[in-house]
Design a protein around this ligand. Structure first.
Ligand SMILES: Cc1cc2nc3c(=O)[nH]c(=O)nc-3n(C[C@H](O)[C@H](O)[C@H](O)COP(=O)(O)OP(=O)(O)OC[C@H]3O[C@@H](n4cnc5c(N)ncnc54)[C@H](O)[C@@H]3O)c2cc1C
Length: 501
């Protein structure tokens, strides 16, 4: 074993920086590490990133964070999935839930029976067989049951929170565990001559800060990973061509929805994220097909309330760094890459990166096996999220704008094309060993995007049509009954003491 890493500098105090500081200070406590985080108020943070996936609960739980305390502090709401409007056809709506549709019948995945049921007119729309979807549509929520035999255990949940408040919450957590915060703008980076390793960063007032390991959480600019180490960027914008966003929060309206909404527009899509104290809104669009002014006007037209703050315009390029860990620098968050927020995956990719950094935590020799394995696994995760996102755009019937004509007819990654072909032909969801989205998620988006299998599993014929019809009908009524037994999300937030309004 080489000499131990003794000091870490985290560059950046956005969500990525403070998640990293919180996790490393907690998980590596006792190793005698000094952890410093540098952030610049003058530069600020990206200031968006409010919707998450269920894995975030594991991140918080590992830190020992109390859910109610966290929800009060970040004005969070619960999230059961994402509603997609106008994606396959104008007027369509489906929900990608955090939970499965139905249950296996006679050893065959539920959707095969459902497809057969649709053909013979015995099945309700697929939504009726998913408790989280029925709950979401009714704005109802309670935590899932721990009893695996209960229908109320068939879903998971995530959060929608104020990103600035989450970073502040984690900052307090990390500072209480010894992380030193330095305010200042880095203007220079010093590298070791022979190895190119980063030795220190220099602030505008001339102060140098050195470390053994640097975590680059500096946002899109990638101050260390790109500007210094020239890691290179793999551009995926030919598959995910949206490259702009405009964000405008507004006051909230009506019953709190326990889900995020993604409404497709002429050249992108708009998000709507209900928090306790406001609604987050944004429009992600492709500058080749829509101007900033027109994208802004489209967004403003559908706000629940007039905007109270100025719009924030953002530019990005979808893709990832060729090496997210290079020499003694690991990039996390926007510095590592960016996949647009359609499935709320960025914060999860930060979480994954932190987990892998802990798994492969280096000594001062920076063993190439560890860095290589880290990069290989992170590449896989990014590629799989990319494929999942491309599916939403490509599997569409929309031909009402040049943007939809482009994404519908574009060449897609081979890895995705194969997956879609197999599902279309046989109804089989090809499984990955790695990758955050499991069968249920792929299935939700296939069906929602109107990708239906031509043939079902032949074993469905072991069940008589009348028995199938009974099973489907019983399941739908049990789900409707279970959903009605749960409170509205607003009531539930109040019941657990998480609602601060
Ligand atoms: C339009 C849009 C919508 C999004 N929505 C979601 C979502 O719903 N869910 C989700 O999971 N993710 C979402 N994301 C992604 C999410 O916002 C980011 O993953 C998350 O905020 C992490 O950002 P960051 O910390 O990497 O970068 P930033 O927030 O940009 O932070 C960078 C930090 O580096 C500091 N810094 C930079 N340069 C210097 C310097 N020279 N000296 C000192 N400090 C410096 C800055 O001051 C700042 O503190 C979205 C992103 C965009 C663009």
């Amino acid at each position: 074993m080489g000499e131990a890493v003794k000091s870490i500098v985290i560059v950046g105090g956005g969500t990525a920086g403070w998640m990293t500081a919180a996790a490393l200070s907690h998980r590596l406590a006792g190793m005698g590490l000094s952890i410093t985080l540098i952030e610049s108020t003058e530069i600020g943070t990206v200031g968006v990133g409010e919707a998450t996936v269920p894995h975030i609960r594991h991140f918080n739980a590992t830190l020992g964070i109390n859910e109610v305390d966290f929800m009060r502090a970040t004005r969070a709401t619960f999230k059961l999935g994402i509603e997609f409007r106008n994606w396959a056809r104008l007027g369509d709506s489906y929900i990608h839930p955090f939970g499965a549709f139905g249950e296996e019948i006679a050893g065959v995945p539920f959707h095969h029976h459902w497809v057969q049921g649709v053909k013979s007119g015995e099945a309700a729309p697929i939504e009726a067989y998913s408790l989280p979807v029925v709950l979401a549509r009714a704005n109802r929520f309670a935590r899932p049951s721990a009893d695996p035999a209960s229908l109320l255990s068939t879903y998971s949940y995530a959060y929608q929170f104020d990103a600035g408040l989450y970073a502040a919450y984690l900052r307090a957590f990390a500072e209480a565990r010894g992380v030193r915060r330095v305010e200042g703008k880095i203007v220079d980076v010093i590298q070791q001559k022979e190895t190119g390793f980063v030795e220190s960063v220099v602030l505008a007032d001339g102060t140098p800060l050195s470390a053994d390991l640097f975590v680059d959480c500096s946002g899109f600019r990638g101050l260390l990973i790109e500007q210094t180490l020239k890691s290179g960027y793999e551009d995926w914008s030919h598959w995910l061509p949206c490259d702009r966003a405009v964000a405008i929060p507004c006051a909230s309206k009506g019953s709190l929805a326990p889900y995020t909404r993604a409404t497709a527009t002429d050249a992108g899509w708009m998000w709507r994220i209900p928090l306790q104290h406001r609604t987050g809104n944004g429009h992600v669009y492709c500058s080749a097909y829509q101007s900033d002014e027109s994208a802004h006007a489209t967004l403003v037209n559908q706000l629940d309330h007039p905007p109270t703050v100025a719009p924030k315009f953002l530019r990005f390029q979808t893709g990832k760094r060729r090496k997210q860990w290079s020499r003694n620098v690991v990039a996390l968050g926007l510095a590592a890459g960016f996949l647009e927020p359609l499935e709320s995956t960025s914060i999860h990719l930060i979480q994954l990166g932190i987990g892998r950094l802990l798994d492969f935590f280096p000594d001062k020799s920076f063993d190439p096996f560890r860095t290589g394995e880290y990069n290989r696994l992170m590449d896989l995760e990014y590629e799989r999220v990319r494929d999942f996102l491309v599916l939403h755009y490509h599997a569409t019937e929309r031909d009402d704008s040049p943007f939809w004509n482009y994404v519908r007819t574009m060449q897609i990654p081979d890895s995705l094309a194969e997956k879609i072909d197999i599902f279309r032909a046989r109804g089989i969801v090809v499984n990955y060993r790695d990758g955050m989205f499991l069968d249920a998620s792929w299935l939700a988006v296939y069906l929602g995007q109107r990708v239906l299998p031509a043939f079902s599993d032949p074993r469905i014929m072991t069940l008589r049509a009348s028995d199938r019809a009974k099973r489907l009908s019983k399941l739908a009524s049990n789900i409707a009954f279970a959903a009605n037994s749960l409170p509205m999300q607003t009531e539930f937030l109040a019941q657990i003491g998480a609602n601060v309004s």
